[in-house]
Design a protein around this ligand. Structure first.
Ligand code: NAP
Ligand code: SF4
Length: 674
């Protein structure tokens, strides 16, 4: 394809009976819309919007082949003809937009969050409370047949392909690794017998659906758990799957219980591409790369270098349904990039809530959170250009209002500007790039360095106040000592902390600031892998080796008044990694603290009734925030959003969602004088 910056990404690919219009696969991600019949129209709308946005192949969330394979009680399954027929609306919606869609068949095995769960053995997973029942030899055989039956039903439902989920530590992966398979029958005991289950599934499915129907198999390249597979076994499995009739090998990295982060922001972009390339060199079917690929440039480079034939992106398509269309139209700078925060997608799913997206709150709410066009171009003023104000200003302009955005500082972004300085959160800068460009494209009148007064706002039909927050200053003697600074001073670079630092307050920002202070800026990609103990899977089982210790550049003590463990309020799927980094960096954590005073000697505290002196050079205050509401009283009819509304537990997810929702609800009024 000529005339495009992404010739490899946008090239078509034929797999069996299916020709994909490009190499972008929207990877499987459970959204919570899969489980109930009444949510199918919303699911159809969600996929249709992505198909309209040009993606080559959509892969659905996982559907169980048996009830025992449910992810949770009464979760999605594909086991009957009736269920298949109900999916016809979903597949038709995607086809109506020129797209293609594959159903993923997933048996949760011991990750099933219910008492009926089964596995290769009765070994309990560390991330679920239920001990699985070990499948009998006969039940294994029946489960392989059930997988094949689900594949057949998917074809009847109008799906263009299927994906069999063989990675991430689900049932098939549980059969493949000695960690979870201690069987002595025909389905375990040797690597060859452990592979029999997935190979039988593919063989039976292929027999049922004939030669042309594409069967994708998601293979675990690196298990990242002890007693996982060794590379030789992964390659042998790939060969056997090819022989059994698989059409594409998609790739997965790490079991859910692995203690190595694989997809969150701190994982370097494209971290796993070299492993995909290694597999590709061994097989003849197309191979799909996945995990931490979130821009068209990176996806193009993976394909152009011959490391893969397809690129799977799940969250990036949640963040921007028009990802492909924008890349194709030379508008990649308008892509709303996924920042790998997991806050509204995977965290929601693991908390049993419907998924959405922090940077795109319309994701999975396509039918309910609608930005309907206005007929009258009435005026809207938005005050404050942090995440809430940016979301409100762009949403209002998208609806057709004439929008003015006031920001007292010289830059857009508010608290987000600070977040992007935290090591591993550099991707947050993409969100600001997106908003900056969006404001430009939509023609919003942006007034930087302008502090709006009540009188400036009187002429606007609607006023949205997103004036944000200021850091809270705690009340103890010496809080005005020169060694005491706020997190904003440190993260913005206005203040460089000394070698010994105390951090007051251990919420999300205290944890981030501690990481920022201890982090060695010389850390590179190889160091990152070594710190997490990722080794060569040809040498180390599961790709796990001993972790290389981190060198902290400062001595950091992180303090909080509560006695609860530090960091328990952090995101479900990312908090453990943030806590691990603190530990690896030698950050001392103290709870149940009373702050007595700060003086030239340092920070005086009381812990367990004992006075202690922390001899530190700098005290960084991360004690939460307070709302800035000075315009609220003067403008009683204004819409107050973000931190200006409620400062407690403010995060960008709430800010962006509130900004979007408020604007979606604005009335379309006729401006005076028309
Ligand atoms: P936060 O989560 O409310 O934490 C503020 C901390 O300050 C609390 O842990 C509190 O603990 C302490 N504190 C409160 N008042 C104090 C006082 N008067 N004196 C001394 N200590 C006081 O707020 P944040 O850390 O500023 O974060 C703001 C928001 O951003 C939160 O919603 C957070 O979830 C989000 N965020 C999340 C992440 C992440 O998930 N990685 C990262 C950054 C920010 P004690 O009262 O026990 O001392
Ligand atoms: Fe990406 Fe965060 Fe949105 Fe999930 S919530 S899709 S990780 S930006």
């Amino acid at each position: 394809m000529t005339g495009t910056s992404y010739p490899h990404l946008l090239a078509p690919l034929t797999i069996g009976s299916l020709t994909l219009r490009n190499r972008v696969v929207m990877g499987s991600m459970h959204t919570g819309l899969e489980d109930r019949v009444h949510d199918l129209p919303a699911l159809a709308a969600y996929y249709a919007e992505r198909a309209r946005g040009g993606v080559g192949l959509i892969v659905t969330g996982g559907y169980a082949p048996t009830k025992r394979g449910w992810l949770k009680p009464f979760a999605s399954e594909m086991t009957t003809r009736l269920q298949a027929m109900r999916h016809r609306d979903v597949t038709a919606a995607v086809h109506g937009e020129g797209g293609a869609i594959a159903l993923q068949v997933l048996h949760a095995g011991r990750y099933g969050y219910h008492p009926l769960s089964v596995s290769a053995s009765n070994r309990k997973s560390p991330i679920t409370p239920f001990r699985p029942h070990a499948l009998s030899s006969r039940a294994v055989d029946q489960t392989a047949t059930a997988f094949a039956k689900s594949v057949g039903l998917a074809r009847k439902a109008g799906y263009d392909a299927v994906e069999i989920m063989g990675s991430e530590g689900y049932l098939i992966n549980q059969f493949l690794a000695a960690r979870t398979n201690d069987r002595t029958d025909a389905w375990g005991g040797s690597a060859e017998k452990r592979m029999r289950f997935p190979v039988e599934i593919v063989r039976r499915a292929r027999e049922l659906v004939g030669d042309d129907f594409p069967i994708v198999y998601r293979i675990s390249l690196l298990d990242l758990v002890e007693d996982g597979q060794i590379w030789e076994e992964v390659v042998e499995l790939a060969h056997r799957l090819e022989d059994a009739g698989v059409s594409v090998l998609n790739t997965g990295i790490g079991w859910h219980e692995a203690r190595v982060p694989t997809i969150i922001t701190q994982v370097p972009r494209g971290a796993w591409r070299s492993y995909t390339a290694r597999l590709k060199a061994e097989v003849s079917v197309p191979v799909c790369a996945s995990n931490r690929i979130n821009t068209p440039e990176l996806a193009e480079s993976v394909l152009a270098s011959g490391e893969a034939d397809l690129v799977s992106m799940a969250r990036p398509l949640l963040a921007d349904p028009e990802f492909v269309a924008k890349a194709e139209a030379g508008r990649a700078d308008e892509i709303n990039t996924c920042i790998a925060c997991n806050q509204a997608c995977l965290d929601h799913v693991f908390e049993n809530r419907k998924a959405s997206c922090l940077v795109n709150p319309r994701a999975c709410r396509e039918t309910t959170l609608v930005l309907s066009p206005t007929r009258h171009r009435s005026t809207v003023a938005v005050v404050g250009a942090g995440p809430a104000g940016l979301a409100a200003a762009t949403a209002a302009a998208e609806r057709g209002f004439a929008v003015t955005l006031f920001e007292q500082s010289d830059e857009l972004g508010g608290q987000f500007r600070l977040a992007m300085r935290v090591p591993g959160k550099e991707d947050f800068a993409e969100t600001l790039r997106y908003y900056r460009r969006r404001l430009e494209v939509l023609g919003v009148d942006v007034r930087l360095g302008t502090r709006a007064r009540g009188s400036d706002l009187a002429a606007y039909y609607e006023v949205v106040l997103a004036t944000g927050v200021v850091p809270r200053v705690p009340d103890f003697p010496g809080v005005d000592h020169p060694s005491v600074v706020s997190y904003a001073d440190v993260l913005s670079g206005r203040v460089v902390a000394g070698k010994r630092v105390a951090v007051i307050g251990a919420g999300g920002i205290g944890v981030d600031v501690s990481h920022f202070l201890a982090h060695d800026p010389r850390e590179d990609f190889d160091d990152w892998m070594a710190h997490w103990g990722v080794g060569d899977p040809a040498v180390h089982r599961g790709g796990l080796t001993e972790r290389k210790p981190r060198t902290a550049v400062r001595e950091v003590t992180l303090l909080q008044r509560k006695t609860t463990p530090i960091g328990i309020g952090l995101g479900k799927t990312s908090g453990w990694a943030h806590r691990a980094v603190l530990k690896q960096s030698g950050v001392v954590q103290v709870t149940g603290v009373t702050y007595d005073r700060v003086d030239d000697a340092g920070l005086h505290v009381t812990v367990d009734g004992e006075p202690r002196l922390l001899e530190v050079d700098t005290v960084v205050v991360c004690a939460g925030q307070e709302s800035v509401r000075d315009l609220v009283e003067a403008l009683p009819h204004a819409h107050v959003i973000g931190g200006a509304d409620v400062a407690a537990e403010l995060d960008a997810k709430r800010a962006i969602e509130q900004g979007t929702r408020v604007v979606a609800g604005l009335a379309d009024r006729v401006p005076a004088g028309r």
